[in-house]
Design a protein around this ligand. Structure first.
Ligand code: PAF
Length: 287
């Protein structure tokens, strides 16, 4: 496995793969890899087989964090990440520095990619500059790695929707695959941010997946539709039973447009964000 830290080197290698007609399967990450990432890597390998190439990027992207957010304390463990990538059979890890990705010798970095519809609700309200940062860095990574297929996790449902729209709108020549969320045995969605939770918060955090299950059971059991106002209140009550949990949003929406619905039907989606002290967790699922 090769570790590349320089943009130009990564781009030169990607161009060579392109000229050799090798398929490149790409998993962009911010590191602190867990079993959820490993499942994306496995899917990436399965997609291109042994004749293709699997690239994982590890880069904690500053432009997707607001000044008030957890950039400096975002968990990092490059050595552990490289060991996991080696075990998982990754061919190349691209791990650039901030200076490589956002050079500012002459003039500050000043070109951004913004999706202006799907990015406006939910995470976009709580974190107004987040998706601009994600879309920008992912575009840069695509231009550097030149993948034919790229893998993202369904835990970040809105992120995947925004990136899929970006790929379509900008005619980026690759296939975007969204892989299912991996969960801990008690249902908590795997996330690098779970590492911030205290043992008490960790126990209480199961309420996110319990909320999704509750919503699903209520919708499946109802002969017509359910009002989102009613179900949101029930779920807020469920969340607040956990002493350290503070719900930030509970949203029911159409999975294709992300437009909120007032009448919930089967096949609609729930997404929620819940704070446990300084730690913010998200989850989602169909109902
Ligand atoms: O989902 C993530 O880990 C990040 O948002 C991504 C897609 C790697 C961009 O920094």
């Amino acid at each position: 496995m090769r570790v590349i830290k320089v943009v130009k080197k990564m781009q030169t290698m990607a161009r060579r793969w392109q000229s050799e007609k090798k398929r490149v399967s790409f998993v962009p990450t911010m590191g602190y890899l867990h079993a959820g990432h490993e499942s994306l890597i496995t899917a990436a390998r399965r997609r291109v087989g042994r004749s293709g190439v699997v690239v994982v990027s590890i880069f904690v992207n500053p432009t997707q964090f607001a000044a008030t957010e957890d950039l400096s304390r975002y968990p990092r463990n490059l050595e552990g990440d490289l060991a996991m990538c080696r075990r998982a059979g990754v061919d190349v890890v691209f791990a650039p520095s901030n200076e490589e990705m956002y050079p500012s010798e002459t003039v500050e970095f000043s070109t951004y990619v913004s999706e202006s519809f799907l990015s406006q609700s939910m995470e976009g309200i709580s974190r107004p500059t987040h998706f601009r940062g994600v879309a920008t860095v992912v575009t840069k990574l695509f231009n550097i790695v030149l993948p034919s297929v790229a893998f993202f996790g369904a835990k970040d449902f809105q992120q995947a929707a925004v990136l899929r729209k970006m790929v379509g709108d900008l005619n980026i020549p690759l296939t975007l695959v969204v892989a299912p969320t991996l969960r801990e045995p008690d249902g908590l969605a795997m996330s690098s941010r779970n590492a911030y939770l205290t043992p008490t918060q960790r126990t209480q955090a199961v309420v996110l997946s319990q909320s999704i299950t509750h919503a699903r059971q209520r919708v499946q059991a109802s002969p017509k539709f359910l009002l989102s106002k009613t179900l949101s209140k029930e779920i807020e009550h469920l969340i607040r039973q956990q002493p350290e949990a503070e719900p930030e949003y509970i949203e029911f929406f159409h999975p294709d447009t992300l437009v909120p619905v007032t009448k919930i039907l089967r096949g609609h989606h729930i997404a929620l964000a819940v704070r446990f002290g300084a730690t913010r967790l998200i989850d989602n699922g169909p109902v």
